[in-house]
Design a protein around this ligand. Structure first.
Ligand SMILES: [Zn+2]
Length: 213
C-alpha cells in the first residue's frame, strides 16, 4: 500500500470526480488519481469529502449526507477513525481488483481487510419479507452510523468477486501509471482506458510522436 499525497486535490470539487468504473466498488477504488505512481493524488482527504463522494456516487441522498455531516461535526474523532478505515479498505479493494486482470491471487492481508469489512456489514444486514412474501436483504440506513456508507461498497465488491462473468471483465487502465480500474462492459471486450479523453488520448499522442521520430 502506498502513502498517498494529500496535496493538490483538496481544492478540486469531489462532485466532479469521474465515475468510470461501471461498478460502485471500482469507482471507489478510483478515488486516488495516478494510483500506481510516486505522485498519487488522494481524493478522500476528509470525512466531509468522503460524504461528498458518496452523494456523488448515489450512495447517499442530500438529506442523508447532511445528517452524516452533522454527526461528524459532533464526533470528529470518530469521523476521522472512519475516514482512516475507509482509506485502508479502499487500498485493499484497489489491490485485490488490480490482481485480477493479472490473474494473480490477491494478497492475504487485503483479503483479511475485506473479510473484516464483510463481518461488519453483515452484522447490520437483515432479511425481510415484502407484501408478497418475497424476501430481500435490507441494509441499515446509511445515515444511522458514520461508517454505514461502506456497506453498499462491500456488497458491490462481493457481487463482482463471486460472479465469474463479471470477474473476467475487470480491467486496469493501460495508461501507465494511471491505476484506475473498470468493468469492461463493451460487447467485444475492447475497452483499454479509464477514459478515451484522458489516458486514451495520451497514448494516441505518444504513438503519433513515436511514429514521427
Ligand atoms: Zn487511465
Amino acid at each position: 500500500m502506498s502513502e498517498t499525497n494529500n496535496t493538490n486535490n483538496n481544492d478540486r470539487d469531489i462532485h466532479t470526480h469521474a465515475l468510470v468504473g461501471e461498478r460502485l466498488c471500482l469507482d471507489f477504488a478510483n478515488t486516488v488519481s495516478w494510483h500506481d505512481s510516486e505522485d498519487s493524488r488522494e481524493w478522500l482527504t476528509s470525512y466531509e469529502r468522503l460524504v461528498g463522494w458518496c452523494q456523488h456516487a448515489d450512495i447517499l441522498t442530500e438529506q442523508q449526507a447532511l445528517s452524516l455531516l452533522q454527526q461528524a461535526e459532533d464526533h470528529p474523532a470518530e469521523a476521522n477513525r472512519v475516514l482512516k478505515k475507509t482509506v485502508e479498505f479502499r487500498e485493499a479493494i484497489h489491490d485485490i481488483f488490480s490482481s485480477i486482470p493479472k490473474n494473480e491471487t490477491p494478497n492475504k492481508a487485503d483479503l483479511a481487510t475485506l473479510n473484516g469489512m464483510l463481518v461488519d456489514t453483515y452484522r447490520s444486514i437483515q432479511i425481510v419479507p415484502d407484501d408478497d412474501n418475497n424476501f430481500s436483504l435490507q441494509f441499515q440506513k446509511p445515515e444511522d452510523s458514520l461508517d454505514g456508507i461502506l456497506a453498499p461498497i462491500v456488497q458491490s465488491a462481493i457481487d463482482i468477486l463471486v460472479s465469474e462473468k463479471e470477474l473476467k471483465r475487470v480491467k486496469k487502465c493501460e495508461g501507465d501509471p494511471c491505476g484506475w480500474l473498470f468493468l469492461d462492459t463493451s460487447r467485444n471486450r475492447s475497452r483499454r482506458w479509464c477514459s478515451m479523453a484522458d489516458c486514451g488520448n495520451r497514448a494516441k499522442a505518444r504513438r503519433f510522436y513515436q511514429n514521427k521520430k
